[in-house]
Design a protein around this ligand. Structure first.
Ligand SMILES: [Zn+2]
Length: 298
């Protein structure tokens, strides 16, 4: 047992574990590229093997090595020379660095692999939301179920009383989901009461939702229900305080996204999801060396 503990201590102190985190993150990032591309299209994540979208040439194993494959190929398909999106090596490097940061922040703790799963889900959700303005339920609801079950068990394993561990995750998810839902719900009802018009809500030729329809409760102008489910998932991992920190940081990030979008497109009507901002904020909350609320309210 002692030898085992010494081994883990050596792994952490020698930074070997951080290196392992980096390599593992690069490989997971490579898989996330497939998830980000295929999941919103409803395609299988396993089959077929990756091909060049232009010439259908199968990607050879060594070309699939994260980042290095892209560098060897100089960003072009070996068959037809078409440009390979810079996004592939960027996502791979990003996840590699994030996993390394998790290891440096949490060491050889039981929560380290849990945070890696969480961050992988957030990166995929942010990229898919950015591309398609949707967050697949497989990520948000799948992550929520994982967070509600696995996070309390791991906290219990770490020595926290089971009721406290369950409360942390279940209350975090409830508060996260409720807060974003109530904002969307009240905004929708107030807008109707004040007679405000929206371009895409309700859709062309559609009636305003009535209280006896599900849409009345979950369909809001300007806020996707995907964001509600995403913040519930985040709450299950980071708890109530972490959820408030995520909303605070996410609002700042969303504001910056909004300003950049208004300046670069010179139009106020630019639409962008709140999802990527929330995902980024949750990653900041997880990796912050000091709990954020101590930095903000000390
Ligand atoms: Zn090609």
């Amino acid at each position: 047992m002692l030898e085992n503990a010494e081994f883990w201590q050596w792994l952490v102190e020698s930074r070997a574990l951080a290196g392992l985190g980096l390599v593992f993150g690069l490989i997971v990032g490579s898989f996330l590229n497939v998830v980000i591309h295929r999941l919103p299209l409803g395609e299988s994540l396993m089959f077929p093997a990756s091909r060049c979208p232009a010439c259908e040439r199968p990607i050879r194993p060594w070309e699939n090595i994260p980042v290095l494959g892209y560098l060897f190929l100089r960003g072009r398909c070996a068959g037809c020379g078409v440009h390979i999106s810079l996004r592939y090596p960027v996502i791979e490097s990003l996840v590699g660095l994030l996993f390394m940061a998790v290891v440096l922040r949490y060491g050889a703790s039981p929560m380290t692999p849990v945070w890696c799963v969480f961050i992988a889900g957030l990166v995929a959700a942010a990229a898919i939301d950015f591309d398609h303005q949707i967050i697949p339920d497989g990520i948000s609801l799948g992550g929520l179920v994982f967070g509600l079950i696995v996070v309390p068990l791991v906290h219990f394993w770490e020595g926290i009383a089971l009721m406290d561990a369950l409360t942390f995750s279940w209350l975090g998810a409830a508060v996260g989901g409720f807060l974003l839902w109530i904002v969307g719900f009240l905004h929708a009802r107030l807008s109707v009461a004040l007679g405000r018009e929206f371009a895409h809500w309700p859709g062309e030729g559609e009636e305003l939702p009535r209280p006896d329809s599900l849409d009345f409760w979950v369909w809001f102008p300007g806020l996707g229900f995907g964001d509600v489910k995403l913040l519930a998932m985040i709450g299950a991992f980071v708890g109530v305080i972490g959820t408030f920190e995520t909303i605070f940081v996410g609002s700042l990030v969303g504001l910056i996204f909004g300003l950049v979008s208004v300046c670069s497109t010179r139009s106020m009507g630019a639409t962008f999801g709140f999802g990527p901002a929330l995902a980024m904020a949750a990653i900041v909350v997880v990796l912050s060396p000091t709990p954020l609320y101590l930095l903000l309210f000390r």
